[in-house]
Design a protein around this ligand. Structure first.
Ligand SMILES: NC(=O)c1ccc[n+]([C@@H]2O[C@H](COP(=O)([O-])OP(=O)(O)OC[C@H]3O[C@@H](n4cnc5c(N)ncnc54)[C@H](O)[C@@H]3O)[C@@H](O)[C@H]2O)c1
Length: 346
């Protein structure tokens, strides 16, 4: 490996951003264009996709603004070229897309309560960011964009399971913003011929999910609190249910979506989940076994914008992608608790 190549790869000790445009070290990546761009690469799902791509020996570039992502999440991704940048900035999008063939677009402000508190910030980081990325992708000749959609698009319709033919019914600013992104992708396929695939994720959990913010996903928060011997709070009566999806299933679906023939998947929106659901009360009981926590949960008033039940119909993912879940809920939760436990021990 030439010295300039070694220099352009981050090491665990040096996670400072590399400005790929002005930095002379960019000679390396100009010669060896990255095939894959992962947006939100310092976040939970983005770093997991990037890690899987690197493990397959792929050339990967990541971009993140660190608005919620963490530099520590880049540890272990030393083979990835990284750009610190904000997708709300068209110039950053252009830099990120140069020479890329396939984009996994994971960046977003991924929280319903945060969108209720600040809908404008959610719009900027979800809608503006997605549109800027699509414009840059098209200009750079990117072939395919795979988008992290959200089951929140289905809203509070009583029909279960949720299937892709249902009319969207978003009830939070976050859900509206994520859905707007989906529509932009479809429009770019129809108008400009860009290949796009929307994967609608249902409550993803697993290692690297941030448990520290009050906007964090419920399982991450429960794991952290219960491992620390602290009482978790259930918003509502705990009988609300979710199709909790372990991260490996989501990564698997993304890799399938990247490899699938365009005539099968381009312009499609596909549920990405397990096809089974569990209530928060049941989840609490499983976690009690796994963590050794001995108390009861606290209950508080339900939160605005939250939906009651969520369950995916995953038949389309099977038909179009050959997808089926690779890790079930209990196994995934066990791995997740083990990961948080390791973190707590240092
Ligand atoms: N986690 C889930 O349960 C879930 C469910 C449905 C959909 N999704 C979607 O999956 C994607 C990933 O979610 P996550 O759970 O990994 O969230 P996350 O917050 O861990 O990761 C999102 C990343 O995007 C980055 N980001 C946000 N705005 C940016 C911008 N303007 N420019 C550059 N980077 C930016 C953040 O800093 C963060 O690192 C999101 O699009 C989210 O809407 C997640």
């Amino acid at each position: 490996m030439p010295p300039e190549a070694r220099d352009s790869i981050l090491t665990g000790a040096d996670l400072a951003p590399v400005d790929t445009v002005r930095d002379p070290r960019n000679l390396f990546w100009r010669k060896n264009l990255a095939n894959y761009l992962v947006t939100g690469a310092a976040g939970f799902i983005g770093r997991s996709i990037a890690s899987a791509l690197l493990a397959k020996g792929e050339t990967v570039r990541g971009i993140d603004s660190f608005i919620t992502g963490k530099r520590a999440n880049l540890i272990g991704l030393e083979g990835m070229e990284f750009i610190e940048g904000d997708l709300a900035d068209p110039a950053a999008c252009a830099r990120a897309c140069a020479g890329i063939e396939i984009i996994f677009h994971e960046a977003a402000l991924a929280s319903v309560p945060r969108s209720v508190a600040d809908p404008v910030a959610t719009n900027v980081n979800c809608v503006d960011a997605t549109l800027n990325l699509l414009v840059a992708a098209r200009a750079a000749g990117v072939r395919r964009v795979i988008y992290a959609g959200s089951s929140s698009a289905y809203g509070d319709t009583p029909t279960l399971p949720k299937h892709e033919g249902m009319i969207p019914n978003p009830i939070s600013p976050y859900a509206v913003a994520k859905l707007a992104g989906e529509h932009y992708l479809r429009a770019f396929t129809r108008v400009y011929g860009l290949e796009t695939v929307v994967l609608r994720y249902f409550n993803v959990f697993g290692p690297y999910q941030d448990p520290t913010s009050h906007y964090s996903g419920v399982l991450a928060v429960f794991c952290r609190r219960m491992l620390a011997g602290e009482q978790p709070t259930i918003f509502g009566d705990g009988e609300q249910s979710r199709d909790f999806t372990y991260i490996d299933n989501v990564v698997h679906a993304n890799l399938l979506a990247a490899a699938a023939p365009a005539e099968k998947v381009s312009g499609q929106m596909i549920n990405t989940a397990t096809g089974s659901r569990i209530t928060l009360n049941e989840t609490f009981r499983v976690l009690r076994e796994l963590t050794g926590y001995e108390g009861e949960p606290a209950y508080a008033t339900g939160r605005a914008g939250d939906i009651r039940d969520s369950l995916a119909d995953i038949r389309l993912a099977g038909e179009l992608l050959g997808y089926r879940p690779v890790v079930d809920f209990r196994e995934g939760l066990g791995r997740t608790v083990a990961w948080y436990k390791q973190g707590e021990q240092g």
